[in-house]
Ligand binder design. Structure first.
Ligand code: GDP
Ligand code: MG
Length: 723
């Protein structure tokens, strides 16, 4: 048996799907998280039930990819029952889709979700009235608390055994007779769900018209006899209106709200958090707080502001500090513990291997273990940052961030809808690119993929952390990391604007998004996400990274005549090659000096996977050590190096994902070229601007002038009413 879950975005479909199937699909507190359908099984009934989680939709019209996926599934794949998840806190809006699902002949059950919230608000919903109005069973559930979900399945199972005939709200209105004629037009067509098709034909739905051309021409004749002046000949709008009339007719008897007038707590919070002026500064402040908590060496500015220092043997050991210093943030503290742990482990292995051949201890200790150590010691901070990002997403704040950004971006001709997939790229670019499926507009989609890698993903974090601990004597670690994240956003915005005004011209589609109500993040959701991240990280460390460390170690310890034994790193294969290609990177600053080629090689290995950069540097650092190597770079060169790695090709997985979505080799190559060119130009500009401040000032002036120009141009267009 096959049951499908259909409902609006954010109504809790995936939560219910996970609860029923024991799966761990991504739950997100904003629309558009599920684009493809997802499948699983429910085993608690006498028969095994196949469950399909459809993407969230507001309507069965053919305007977005989600709508098409859901509509095709419902019409073509013959599910035994549709479970329509309805967010009970937003009943009227959600039932709009229900009126459309009713038009199919498929058995239907309404699952009234989020009843925990309804009860907490003190509202009352009359289930019997709702059942009577829609003529289908209604079960009240809470997907998150798993309340009543087995009962829902039981009812759905029983319902699936009965047949149902499609019903349209039009048949109770003044258009009933006309509609009857539409239904009869399908008498000679061999198709199921006739009522559904008739309604779609009445709406002049484009998929329906092209699918049944002969019915369509007959339908036009019927329509000639309808007086359509009242609704301007827009039959789709007419039907929408009839649906809402039907819903509001029944609403008064179905729902009794306790506090009608009172502004909800969510709305109150939004007054502040999405404020016209304060919205963006608040967003930046929240982000900074997160970075500070995770990366700062001077937690709560206790040292800078109040001169607090850590001293005493116990505290020094507790915070893993060698000498008295500021109180570290929890993230830094965890990192030092992890560093201590992995460091001791390496010493232990080194001890065991003290009598073995040089190459073996070299390969294991200086190669493999130090390389892995370099990225592993950052694991606590990576997880901590993800915990915060997940909390922001699950609570509903990230959706606001997209909303605030949209308001700002629209002024420059960009849409905020793209911001949601882009925010996902802070985690990993691959799901971010997948999520661009939610953008209807093809150009907007391609544009979004082009700038997606500029958002700093988790794999790049170890690079920033390595520098954060060394630049400015580790004093401003939080600011260093924060500035890189911001730089990524700024470059992405500027790049998007340039593309938009040159090669990817087009109108910005409107951004309509419902802001979900705030709620406390679910502990389980957070843990699922952290676990996913950890799994991914461990898997990569054990495979690609460990493998390439071994290769890199070999290339950097043996010359082209490798049978002659180990050589110094300068004479190694990698050293010789690196010393040639480094000239290409000279203008970027970091290729300078005796160690310059090492940064070049590390950046190149980073094109395969960004975790590689730090482990490569660790392997290449040799006896002098990692910190000495990084410390050799000036501030300007450090930034240039970080920016290059931030903006260049992120990893092969991302290239594959973009290739899959763009479905064109040429476009994929264009994207790769674009990323490398942007990385090169931005790093070069940053390097020279930091070294000579007047270059920076001139540049800033040019950027501001360009932004103002685009703003004014766009404003004129908006005034002309083009958008
Ligand atoms: P989908 O877009 O329909 O797949 O919705 P999701 O399953 O991703 O859920 C959207 C948000 O609603 C998530 O933050 C869930 O934690 C939350 N949610 C889902 N079901 C319930 C519920 O029964 N009660 C409450 N309070 N929240 C829920
Ligand atoms: Mg979902």
């Amino acid at each position: 048996m096959k049951f499908c879950l259909a409902g609006n975005p954010n109504s809790g479909k995936t939560t219910l799907f996970n609860a029923l199937t024991g799966s761990t699909a991504h739950v997100g507190n904003w629309p558009g998280v599920t684009v493809d359908k997802r499948e699983g099984t429910y085993k608690k009934l006498s028969e095994k039930i196949h469950i399909v989680d459809l993407p969230g939709i507001y309507s069965m019209s053919p305007y977005t990819p989600e709508e098409v996926v859901s509509r095709n599934f419902v019409l073509d794949e013959n599910p035994d029952v549709i479970i329509n998840i309805v967010d009970a806190t937003n009943l009227e809006r959600n039932l709009y889709l229900t009126t459309q699902l009713l038009e199919t002949d498929i058995p239907l059950v309404i699952a009234l979700n989020m009843m925990d919230v309804v009860e907490k608000n003190g509202d009352k919903i009359n289930l019997q009235q709702l059942e009577k109005a829609f003529g289908v069973p209604v079960v009240s559930i809470s997907a998150i608390k798993k309340d009543n979900i087995d009962k829902l399945m039981q009812v759905a199972y029983e319902t699936s055994k009965k047949t149902r005939k499609g019903y349209s709200v039009i048949s109770k209105t003044e258009y009933a007779d006309t509609f009857e004629k539409f239904v009869r037009l399908y008498d000679n067509e061999n198709c199921k769900n006739k009522i559904f098709h008739a309604v779609k034909m009445f709406e002049a739905d484009e998929l329906e018209v092209s699918g049944y051309p002969s019915v369509a021409s007959a339908a036009l004749k019927v329509k000639e006899n309808i007086d359509s002046t009242e609704f301007d000949g827009d039959f789709e709008a007419l039907v929408a209106d009839l649906r809402y009339r039907f819903i509001s007719l029944h609403m008064s008897s179905v729902i009794k709200k306790l506090k009608k007038q009172e502004v909800s707590r969510s709305d109150k919070a939004d007054k502040v958090l999405t404020h016209r002026v304060w919205g963006i500064p608040l967003f930046l402040l929240i982000m900074f707080a997160v970075f500070h908590f995770t990366f700062s060496e001077d937690f709560l500015f206790l040292n800078k502001l109040f001169g607090v220092e850590v001293s005493g043997d116990f505290w020094l050991t507790f915070f893993q500090l060698e000498e008295a210093g500021a109180v570290p943030s929890p993230g830094v503290w965890l990192q030092s513990w992890m560093g201590w742990l992995t460091g001791s482990l390496i010493d232990l292995v080194r001890g065991w291997l003290s009598n073995s051949p040089v190459w073996l201890s070299g390969l294991l200790c200086d190669g493999l273990l130090s390389g892995l150590d370099a990225i592993f010691s950052f694991l606590p901070q990576i997880l901590l940052l993800f915990l915060f990002l997940s909390i922001m997403e699950d609570s509903g704040y990230m959706a606001r961030a997209a909303f605030i950004m949209d308001r700002a971006f629209r002024k420059f001709g960009l849409s905020g809808k793209a911001f949601m997939p882009l925010l996902m790229c802070f985690g990993c670019g691959v799901p971010g690119v997948m999520a661009t499926k939610t953008l209807e507009n093809e150009k907007e989609r391609r544009l979004t993929m082009m700038i997606a890698p500029f958002f700093s993903c988790g794999a790049k974090l170890p690079i920033w952390l390595a520098f954060a601990g060394i630049m400015f004597a580790g004093q401003y670690g939080d600011l260093v990391v924060f500035s890189i994240y911001l730089a990524g956003i700024v470059v992405a915005v500027i790049a998007a604007m340039i593309l938009k005004f040159t090669v990817m011209k087009g109108e910005t589609p409107p951004f309509i998004m419902e802001l979900p109500t705030y709620h406390l993040p679910q502990f389980k959701n957070l843990m699922i996400r952290l676990w996913d991240k950890l799994k991914h990280f461990l898997y990569k460390a054990a495979t690609i990274i460990a493998g390439s460390i071994v290769v890199l170690w070999f290339l950097s310890n043996f010359g082209f005549a490798f049978w002659n034994g180990m050589v110094s790193i300068e004479e190694s294969m990698l050293g010789q090659i690196g010393n040639v290609i480094k000239y290409v990177f000279y203008p970027l600053g970091f290729a300078d000096g005796a160690d310059g080629w090492k940064f070049v090689v590390a950046s190149i290995t980073g094109l395969l996977a960004k975790e590689q950069v730090v482990s490569s540097l660790e392997v290449l650092a040799g006896a002098a050590g990692f910190e000495a190597l990084l410390g050799g770079l000036s501030v300007a060169a450090s930034y240039s190096f970080m920016l290059f790695n931030l903006l260049a090709v992120p990893c092969m997985a991302m290239v594959a994902a973009v290739h899959g979505e763009m479905a064109s080799g040429k476009r994929t190559w264009q994207a790769i070229g674009f990323w490398i060119a942007t990385a090169y130009v931005v790093s070069m500009v940053a390097y020279w601007s930091i070294r000579f401040w007047w270059i920076g000032v001139c540049l800033l002036a040019v950027i501001i002038a360009a932004l103002t120009y685009m703003y004014c141009k766009n404003k004129k267009r908006l005034q002309k009413g083009v958008c």
